[in-house]
Design a protein around this ligand. Structure first.
Ligand SMILES: Cc1cc2nc3c(=O)[nH]c(=O)nc-3n(C[C@H](O)[C@H](O)[C@H](O)COP(=O)(O)OP(=O)(O)OC[C@H]3O[C@@H](n4cnc5c(N)ncnc54)[C@H](O)[C@@H]3O)c2cc1C
Length: 512
């Protein structure tokens, strides 16, 4: 007898959810692989395997805890056209009198489930994951309004009493950015941790994906290195606090061509565990603050840099997403239309920084934040790439890419397609930034000091082309306008030569 059918989506693997606090024989949990989820964008093979493996592991854990669970594979759901069709079939087959689901974090699934018509009553539960409750979001975020992360972050620090001394921030400063954001020194390279990688076998899942002709990008050699259950996620958290947190803030913006483990540096790689809800954001923040209290190597600047990402940015981008959906998905402030070059899917470019960021993405389904924002994102921004295509690339390629977090980061932070709802300026940079933050330029075919000529770093002329294209707007932005002073002071012929070179780069983008 099934009284209640409960749906668990692939990013709802939250073992601490109140649903599981009681065992009830009359409740049947459904964890289902679905063709619609493999095909709404072309995903990385590691992302497909990661989600399916984590869902299977979650179903198994629930069953071991005494819950009734049905784990359905792509083979079992092949005839269900989509998620609503599967639910209708399951309700009818089981004779359930009630259907329940946790509110999805993606607008796409949220709309699908809210529109679902069933012959039995439906109830929606909270996913019990985020720090800010869903119904509180309108108090902090309004559609079409420009918000800023810093005041939001301070409110969150106070509310959750994280790194506070009474009403004041610990150390009397909210922000340690000035101490952080350094390029890697040779000494720092010696401290770079060996990333903790797992060896989760996914051959059966791969075979299933192939059997159902699921198209994908990227590669997977052998086992899956990403955590697929709570204990692996906790091990990754412990590993981060011990081996990377002491340097996290200082080097969070660093780039490296040659350092060992340059794909992970001092980053946590916890985003997949967090976004699938195998870890709760507060437990991650607590683990970091406990490490700060107990480990002399972890300074306030390091832990604050990390807490800011979770308590601040992560919750902030979610607020921007929900306040502005569905319009956010089509915003294109700069009316950008260009296609991304084909080498975004192969990494075959002569630009060392882009080659490495794309290769890391293809090899690991991961690139760290600065690679996403200041390398691939910056390039897409400078060339005027269509945000729809940029969004699809980011949504497909990263193991942690779920629309609520991917879209505001891509459209908002990186492409400024929302016209500044999320960020106060476009994150546009020339080769000088890349050179300052790492050693790519020393190993590049292009010369970072040149703006014109066949060896000139394309980012230099493209940067000025972008600035010149949008000068009317950007020259009035207080965070950017000073760069125009230097530009306007250059002789007209020099400016034109730079713009001509940028045009040459755009015309020959596939060969850069
Ligand atoms: C263009 C672009 C696309 C992005 N797409 C995604 C995405 O699809 N999914 C995703 O989780 N993050 C995304 N980010 C944010 C960030 O780059 C990733 O969260 C981070 O690189 C994940 O690696 P990590 O776990 O090692 O992070 P760390 O550097 O170790 O940071 C710790 C944690 O902080 C959180 N965090 C850090 N920065 C952000 C941010 N800007 N927004 C939200 N959370 C943040 C993440 O949960 C992350 O795990 C994107 C950023 C950009 C610029």
């Amino acid at each position: 007898m099934v009284r209640t059918l409960r749906l668990i989506l692939g990013d709802q693997l939250n073992l601490q959810h109140s649903w599981y606090q009681q065992r009830d024989e009359a409740v049947l949990y459904i964890v289902a692989e679905l063709k619609q989820e493999t095909g709404y964008v072309r995903h990385h093979i590691q992302k497909l395997c990661g989600f399916f493996a984590a869902m299977e592991a979650f179903a198994q854990t629930l069953a071991e805890q005494g819950h009734r669970v049905r784990h359905l594979t792509l083979d079992d759901t092949a005839d269900d056209q989509d998620l609503p069709a599967l639910i209708r079939r399951m309700v009818s087959e089981t004779g359930a009198c009630q259907f329940e689901y946790q509110r999805p974090d993606e607008y796409r699934l949220f709309s699908q489930l809210r529109a679902l018509q069933l012959p039995v009553p439906t109830a929606e539960a909270d996913s019990e994951h985020f720090l800010l409750a869903f119904n509180e979001l309108p108090e902090h975020f309004r559609a079409g309004c420009r918000h800023r992360m810093e005041p939001f972050y301070r409110k969150m620090r106070k509310r959750f009493d994280v790194l506070m001394a009474g009403d004041k921030p610990l150390g009397d400063k909210w922000n340690y950015d000035a101490d952080n954001r350094q390029a890697l020194s040779e000494d720092a390279c010696l401290d770079l941790p060996v990333p903790l990688c797992f060896a989760n076998p996914v051959d059966t899942i791969r075979a299933r994906l192939a059997r159902h002709q699921v198209d994908h990008i990227g590669q997977l050699q052998g086992d899956l290195l990403w955590p697929i259950n709570r204990s692996q996620s906790l091990a990754l958290l412990t590993h981060f606090c011990r081996h990377a947190l002491p340097w996290f803030g200082r080097y969070q913006d660093a780039l490296s061509e040659q350092a060992p483990h340059n794909w992970s540096l001092f980053h946590s790689r916890l985003s997949f565990s967090l976004n699938t809800k195998m870890l709760h954001p507060l437990e991650v923040v607590e683990a970091a603050t406990v490490a700060f209290q107990q480990d002399d190597r972890v300074s306030l600047a390091q832990v604050e840099g990390f807490v800011r990402q979770i308590l601040g940015w992560r919750e902030y981008v979610r607020g921007i997403y929900w306040a502005n959906m569905p319009d956010y998905a089509t915003c294109n402030h700069f009316a950008a239309r260009r296609a991304l070059p084909g080498w975004f899917w192969t990494g075959e470019t002569k630009m060392a920084c882009l080659r490495q960021a794309i290769r890391h993405s293809l090899d690991y389904a991961y690139a760290h934040h600065i690679q996403r924002l200041m390398i691939t994102g910056n390039f897409a921004l400078l060339i005027g790439a269509n945000p729809d295509e940029v969004d699809a690339w980011y949504l497909g390629i990263y193991i942690d890419a779920i629309e609520w977090v991917e879209m505001p980061n891509t459209r908002g932070m990186s492409q400024y397609a929302d016209g500044g709802l999320l960020a106060s300026k476009p994150y546009a940079a020339s080769g000088a930034y890349v050179n300052r933050m790492g050693d790519h330029c020393r190993h590049c075919r292009y010369n970072v000091r040149d703006k014109t000529g066949c060896h000139a770093c394309p980012l230099n002329s493209l940067y000025w082309h972008f600035m010149d294209r949008h000068d009317r707007e950007l020259a009035t932005n207080p965070r950017i306008r000073m760069v125009f002073r230097g530009w306007d002071d250059r002789p007209e012929a020099e400016r034109q030569a730079i713009l001509d070179h940028a045009q040459w780069c755009l015309d020959n983008i596939e060969t850069l």
